[in-house]
Design a protein around this ligand. Structure first.
Ligand SMILES: [Cu+2]
Length: 501
């Protein structure tokens, strides 16, 4: 194998102007949706499926639809004979995770998570990995049943790939399901170095799904006024779906009657109970592939543990803008923070401190997050009423002194929203003005997928939240037409927009 690899290294180092482009931009790399090859029709047509919706005619073909990874998109490939060749570039990048927050993440080809790789069972696949990071790395192909030499363990199965260097991975794809790739350096993974790897089955799954989505569940700890995730801290304050925090997440758009698959992938530090409103789904797959139908289990919440994938399927037969979110309360918030302080490599700054200090846990008074020294504003909603991170004033909401430090509160009519005795009630405030009208930013997250949502919706959506928008045929057509009209480069929805006139 090492001979083959050496050969490949040489081949790619010397030849092929196609791959000489080290600095290939994300735009050029994420050009087209890799369409799965036409696959044989299943033995039975969909009409035989027990869940076939009555609102749509039974389909005669059942080629798998490409997976849509909202806000991320796919990695394009080229063909070398019959080998699908992907060029994966690890790099440092700026990622806007929310209108008010841009972070310095590490990812692939301009994106964190990295673009999704889609292949078919039976494909031979080559991934040319270029390391543009300032330190060594390598890529682990999670769940792949392949040669250990391509397992991506730095210092174990391969030499770490040094900055500016390249490694070529080769796979014969014999599995099918929701797989993923990630750096096996833990902190690199926690700053965004992960991506999806979809293996479409040779024999299509039954019943056929009309829509297929991939959602990465991610968390970062990025303190106010900082841009670099603190990968050692476990107090996460940014919870993301496909690299965006609500309301900047992009809804999943489906047509009423569609059978929908959602693939959840969790490559973070926390487990996420993903909850869908309005529907009962069947859990049909794990990170180990398809579950036999007799073993599917129903639910409306599926716990996606770390390093796991969960595929769920359902018939989207009731129209509406249905919430889809992690149900951990703290994962439905943005920029929660109970600790602030320096986060830079300053000479003399202590390192190797005890666990509490090292993990940023505050203790004693002053310092305890719920101590007398901090008001409610030093927590969820930091930056409240502002267009960007800014200092806020602590204090009861009713105090004019406190309000004057909160630009968004000035001139706000609070009458009717807060009881007259609010400030004498233990525990007040909990959610008042931490979500709601004053947090709305509909215009700032405007996009075709959000067209027609109820005004002010964005004030109630934060963190690991998005919508499943089940649209009646006419509204579906309208929203899809607007998405197509937008002509966004590398649109993650491209495979669906092709079908829209
Ligand atoms: Cu969660």
């Amino acid at each position: 194998m090492s001979n083959r690899r050496t050969f490949l290294h040489r081949a790619f180092a010397s030849g092929a102007a196609l791959f000489a482009a080290r600095g290939l931009s994300a735009q050029t790399m994420q050009m087209n949706m890799p369409m799965p090859k036409p696959t044989p029709k299943p033995a039975e047509p969909d009409a035989a499926a027990p869940h076939t919706p009555s609102t749509r005619p039974a389909k005669q073909t059942a080629s798998p639809v490409p997976v849509v990874t909202t806000d991320v998109g796919d990695l394009a490939y080229t063909l070398d004979g019959s080998t699908k060749v992907f060029h994966l570039v690890a790099e440092v990048l700026k990622q806007k995770i929310h209108p008010d927050k841009t972070i310095d993440a590490w990812g692939f080809n301009g994106s964190a998570p990295g673009p999704t790789i889609q292949v078919n069972q039976g494909d031979h696949v080559r991934v040319i990995f270029d390391n543009h990071l300032p330190e060594p790395s390598s890529i682990h192909w999670h769940g792949f049943e392949d040669a250990v030499g391509y397992d991506g363990m730095p210092g174990i199965s391969q030499e770490p790939v040094k900055p500016g260097s390249r490694f070529v991975y080769e796979f014969d794809i014999h599995q099918a399901g929701t797989y993923f790739y990630h750096s096996h350096m833990a902190m690199q993974e926690m700053t965004g170095m992960l991506g999806g790897f979809i293996m479409h089955p040779r024999t299509p799954y039954h019943p056929h799904c009309d829509k297929d989505f991939l959602l990465h569940l991610q968390e970062y700890q990025v303190l106010p006024n900082n841009t670099v995730p603190n990968t050692m801290n476990m107090e996460y304050n940014w919870l993301l779906l496909n690299g965006k925090a609500g309301p900047a997440t992009t809804p999943l758009i489906v047509r009423q009657g569609d059978r929908v698959r959602i693939r959840f992938v969790n490559l973070g530090m926390d487990h996420h109970p993903m909850h869908l409103h309005g529907y009962t789904f069947q859990v049909t797959g794990t990170e180990g592939g398809r579950i036999p139908e007799t073993a599917w289990w129903p639910g409306n919440t599926v716990l996606v543990g770390v390093a796991q994938a969960r595929d769920v399927e359902f018939i989207a037969d009731r129209p509406g803008d249905w919430m889809l979110h992690c149900h951990l309360p703290h994962h439905m918030m943005n920029q929660m923070s109970s600790n602030v302080g320096r986060m830079t490599r300053t000479a003399g700054q202590p390192a190797g401190v005890d666990m509490n200090t090292g993990m940023g846990m505050l203790q004693g008074t002053p310092g305890a997050p719920t101590g007398d020294d901090y008001g409610a504003s030093l927590g969820r909603g930091m930056g409240f009423g502002s267009d960007a991170d800014m200092a806020t004033t602590n204090g009861p909401l009713a105090q004019q002194k406190g309000m004057s430090g909160m630009a968004g509160m000035v001139g706000m009519d609070m009458a009717g929203d807060i009881a007259a005795n609010a400030n004498t009630v233990p525990g007040f405030p909990q959610d008042v003005y931490m979500e709601g009208p004053s947090m709305a930013m509909d215009q700032r997250v405007e996009k075709p997928e959000n067209y027609g949502l109820r005004a002010g919706w964005s004030g109630y959506m934060m963190g690991m939240m998005t919508f499943l928008r089940v649209l009646p045929a006419d509204k579906y057509q309208d929203v899809m037409a607007r998405m197509k009209q937008a002509q966004r480069p590398n649109d993650p929805y491209a495979s669906l927009l092709q079908k829209i006139s």
